[in-house]
Design a protein around this ligand. Structure first.
Ligand code: SAM
Length: 311
């Protein structure tokens, strides 16, 4: 039988604590919640990978590090009431439930909400409540909240959510189009004063709703694999692709700043072998080394050339 405790321990040590998450309460909550119970059947073996995973409806369970980053930034105390917008699999809500008194998590897809609820009840996490609806409205009936987590990328900071924060409350939310999002922490200092700062680049599925992106923008803002939207593969690749400036243009390197905080960047695609591919790969690699401190380049290279460099 698979020993998930071992995988969970490794996830917390290697993918979370080693990257700078220091709050012991967050680390031990993530050591307790069985992430393998929140992924689709058959994906359990990937539950502790350093990556998001598909959960159906074109949505994802977030990368464990990002869940930890958001929850640490939310500075949750044991008596807190917390709202999550975008419950997805229910995993982040389950971790929040280990730290807070009460958690409300809203999900717009009824199928996902139902599954999340089943998982949470099976684990006996009864301080976590899953609701179906458009979370961009927040949850006025239960406000104010000491912390609100937006688990999908908003267009701009929804005023509705800011107004449902308690004084001193924290809203953690990704803002921007997919491919160009930043995670923000907004603290409510007084009735009308809010302080805002960025926690760095992230990549989330879009927050869709009245105070988020409109439904029809979804194809343009979502790059989740496996969602056809009636398009051919070529059309999907065309829609997801981005034009690159010339290699010698400084704007070329800047296109890759979004990966500055990644530990591993994989370079490769279907035109592998073309001259343009090799030039782009060299320019991207140089930019990541010179501007973002990348230290190791691992290559699956042509054997004679690799052997010559090795010698
Ligand atoms: N925190 C989740 C977990 O642990 O699995 C992952 C969240 S997933 C990245 C984002 C979720 O937000 C998706 O399930 C999506 O359906 C949901 N979502 C998007 N817009 C929403 C909205 N307006 N209200 C509620 N949920 C929304």
């Amino acid at each position: 039988m698979t020993d998930y405790n071992k995988f969970r321990e490794r996830m917390v040590n290697v993918h979370i604590a080693a990257r700078g998450i220091r709050d012991e309460r967050v680390l031990s909550a993530m050591r307790r919640v069985p992430r393998e119970r929140f992924v689709d059947d058959g994906l359990e073996e990937f539950a502790y990978d350093d990556a998001p995973l598909p959960i159906g409806e074109g949505q994802t369970i977030s990368q464990p590090y990002v869940v930890a980053l958001m929850i640490e930034a939310a500075e949750i105390e044991p008596g807190d009431r917390v709202l999550e917008v975008g419950a997805g699999s229910g995993y982040a809500a389950a971790v929040l439930g280990q730290l807070a008194a009460t958690v409300y998590a809203i999900e717009r897809h009824a199928t996902l909400a139902k599954l999340a609820l089943e998982r949470l009840s099976a684990l006996g996490y009864d301080n976590v409540h899953i609701l179906i609806g458009d979370g961009t409205h927040g949850l006025e009936a239960e406000a104010p909240f000491e912390a609100i987590l937006g688990s999908a990328g908003a267009r701009s900071v929804p005023d509705t959510l800011k107004r449902q924060l308690a004084i001193g409350g924290r809203l953690i939310i990704p803002i921007g189009e997919q491919g160009n999002q930043k995670l923000f922490k907004i603290t409510r200092l007084s009735q009308d004063r809010f302080e805002e700062h960025s926690l760095g680049a992230v990549s989330f599925v879009p927050l869709i709703g009245t105070h988020g992106w409109p439904e029809e923008d979804r194809a343009a803002t979502t790059h989740v694999p496996g969602k056809a939207h009636g398009q051919t593969l070529a059309q999907m690749i065309g829609a997801a692709g981005e034009d690159l400036p010339a290699f010698d243009n400084p704007a070329f390197g800047a296109m890759f700043d979004r990966f500055a905080d990644r530990r591993v960047v994989l370079l490769g695609e279907a035109s592998h072998g073309t001259s343009e591919f090799y030039q782009a790969r060299a320019a991207i690699t140089r930019h990541l080394i010179e501007h973002h401190g990348f230290k190791i380049v691992a290559v699956e290279a042509d054997w004679p050339d690799a052997a010559r460099i090795d010698r």
